[in-house]
Ligand binder design. Structure first.
Ligand SMILES: C[S@@+](CC[C@H](N)C(=O)[O-])C[C@H]1O[C@@H](n2cnc3c(N)ncnc32)[C@H](O)[C@@H]1O
Length: 359
């Protein structure tokens, strides 16, 4: 909303605000602010294991909760008040708390956990603060901004896993025919920029003849990926390595090379990336690139499901990246002498571009 110069008290309203008074706008935004605060309180609980600990205790006062969780009683006392205010906790008896059903849903191990929303909210606030400062200078510090807040980095992998593993299982695996070949043939799958390794774990769990190698530039991701593969008894088939994908090399030709939300991180060196993809695939093997589908038509960004993508592209700019259009990725496959096909999912928000090395 903007004031019209020289017309005190007169305001123009944008299309989004049409028919809405200033007072209702304020109330609407205050509701959003409280939503953010609720997610911020939830984040403190997630990171410190307070939801999970309270679930195991069923009910506890702040001192006991702090003791069992191994955290500071002063902070936990204040957190209990805030979590109670935002209806994440119920007071079972004076000074004794239990999880509300909403609080229970924030346990990271709860089915369909709400944890990713709490992590996204705090990650978003961090990125907005960095963008606010950097807009003055134009500096783009790169990937390291993700590691600037020490509590956030370990939650990045779990956040992505919970956001996208269901999409893989329900939409991408059945919707991309190349996976049926992987199921029949088995062989070697490589995941470049593998995060916490969730994608290879899902593939290996589903395709018993598949082996996998994951590579990521963050040591924390590789530590988590190796631990999670071992916990799932998949470490005899999955291996995770720390390193820069620009130097990736393996002796054996791969049947599938995946990059999930990783290509836009290395797009500035795309020639080298597409060379690596082509050279490491066996003839007939496929590269499967999964990226957000940045729309050509800007008005699509107004759709509620797409807004988050526009915000994320602002934070990608800090990291030196930007989101891609699937046609750009397909064109690079063609330039590399590979055959490309594009598959769109979830109201066209998600794009999977498959490049096949010619036989
Ligand atoms: C948005 S995350 C996606 C992680 C994972 N693929 C997933 O879907 O959960 C992008 C990942 O690419 C990794 N990455 C970016 N540049 C890289 C590089 N040059 N070499 C290896 N990994 C890289 C980052 O460390 C990060 O884990």
């Amino acid at each position: 909303m903007s004031a019209v110069p020289g017309n005190v008290g007169v305001v123009t309203v944008t299309a989004m605000e049409t028919g809405v008074t200033v007072q209702t706008q304020r109330e609407r935004l205050m509701g959003h602010l409280q939503g953010l605060q609720q997610l911020a309180v939830a984040y403190v609980g997630v990171v410190n294991g307070l939801f999970s600990t309270l679930a195991s205790l069923e009910r506890a006062g702040p001192a006991e909760l702090a003791r069992v969780a191994g955290k500071d009683p002063g902070y936990v006392t204040r957190w209990c008040d805030a979590a109670y205010a935002f209806e994440l906790l119920e007071e079972a008896e004076p000074g004794v708390f239990a999880l509300s059903s909403l609080g229970d849903d924030f346990r990271p191990e709860a089915p369909g956990t709400l944890m990713p929303l709490a992590v996204q909210a705090v990650l978003g606030a961090h990125m907005a603060e960095r963008a606010a400062g950097l807009t003055a200078t134009g500096e783009r510090p790169g990937e390291r901004v993700l590691a600037e807040r020490e509590t956030l980095l370990p939650w990045f992998g779990p956040m992505l896993e919970h956001q996208f593993s269901g999409v893989l299982e329900q939409h991408v695996l059945p919707g991309v025919p190349a996976f049926a070949e992987v199921d029949r043939r088995g062989g070697l799958a490589v995941d470049l920029g593998c995060g916490n390794g969730w994608y290879l774990r899902r593939l290996a769990g589903r395709f018993p003849h598949l082996r996998g190698i994951g590579l990521d530039a963050f040591e924390e991701n590789i530590r988590q990926a190796s631990g999670l593969a071992a916990a799932a008894n998949l470490d005899d088939r999955l291996r995770f390595e720390h390193g820069d994908l620009h130097h990736f090399a393996v002796d054996e030709p791969a049947d599938l090379i995946a990059m999930n939300r990783a290509l836009h991180h290395v797009w500035d060196q795309k020639q080298n990336v597409f060379r690596i993809l082509r050279e490491h695939l066996r003839p007939g093997g496929v590269a499967v690139i999964w990226e957000p589908n940045w729309p050509v038509d800007r008005s699509i960004l107004r759709r509620p499901g797409h807004r988050g993508m526009a915000f994320q592209n602002l934070s990608e700019h800090i990291q030196g990246n930007h989101f891609l259009r699937p046609e750009e990725v397909a064109a690079e496959f063609e330039n590399a002498g590979m055959e490309a096909s594009v598959h769109l999912f979830l109201d066209d928000r998600e794009a999977v571009i498959v490049g096949r090395r010619k036989v």
